[in-house]
Design a protein around this ligand. Structure first.
Ligand code: AMP
Length: 195
């Protein structure tokens, strides 16, 4: 199985690159942000509670996103592999993901981290907000809060994978296609090593 964590701050291009990676490697895309937004659209209790935090640029509780991932793993047991996008965002989530994958006799193959500097992220988030309709991209204060939350709560997840020898960084600035090529090169290096 090929199980990728696509890591990086909000606005780094994880969603865009995930779309391309799932096609090329035939993976199931698990984006906790997308899963939460569909709960909001469906008007569920979980969605309503999550929305209050998401609109402010804050993280939803670990148990909520871990529960959603657990459900999706169970639902997709025949998958060739997964791409985790926007998850794990805390070390607790990373530990829980390792435990869940162990139950299915598999593990994270590698984490690819898209590196983009903060001011470029703010520019991208505000630009996306012009068309995405996402409340959390709409104003600069929320965009800045999301980047701050990433730096304080999510960055330690990179160390978690680094310690496992699974951290690979890719420059997230440039053309979508060249970033995609760089990601695929990293994946193929790792796949050769683990074969
Ligand atoms: P995203 O689409 O990945 O940018 O996520 C949008 C928002 O959903 C985030 O700002 C959080 O409020 C929430 N969210 C998504 N994934 C997670 C996660 N793994 N842990 C906690 N909150 C999350």
């Amino acid at each position: 199985m090929l199980n990728l964590v696509l890591f990086g701050p909000p606005g780094a291009g994880k969603g865009t690159q995930s779309e391309k990676l799932i096609k090329k490697y035939n993976l199931v895309h698990l984006s906790t942000g997308d899963l939460l937004r569909s709960q909001i659209a469906a008007g569920t209790e979980l969605g309503l509670r999550a929305k209050q935090l998401m609109d402010q640029g804050l993280l939803v509780p670990d148990e909520v996103v871990i529960g959603m991932i657990e459900y999706k793993l169970r639902e997709n047991q025949e998958a060739a592999g997964f791409i985790f996008d926007g998850f794990p965002r805390t070390v607790n989530q990373a530990v829980a993901l390792d435990d869940l994958l162990t139950q299915y006799n598999t593990e994270i193959t590698t984490m690819i981290s898209l590196v983009v500097e903060d001011e470029e992220l703010i520019r991208r988030l505000l630009k996306r907000g012009e068309t995405s309709g996402r409340p959390d991209d709409r104003d600069e204060e929320t965009a800045r809060r999301r980047v701050r939350v990433y730096n304080s709560e999510t960055m330690p997840v990179a160390d978690f994978y680094e310690k496992q020898g699974k951290y690979l960084a890719v420059d997230g600035i440039g053309e979508i296609e060249s970033i995609f090529t760089a990601i695929c090169q990293k994946i193929e290096q790792v796949s050769v090593k683990t074969q």
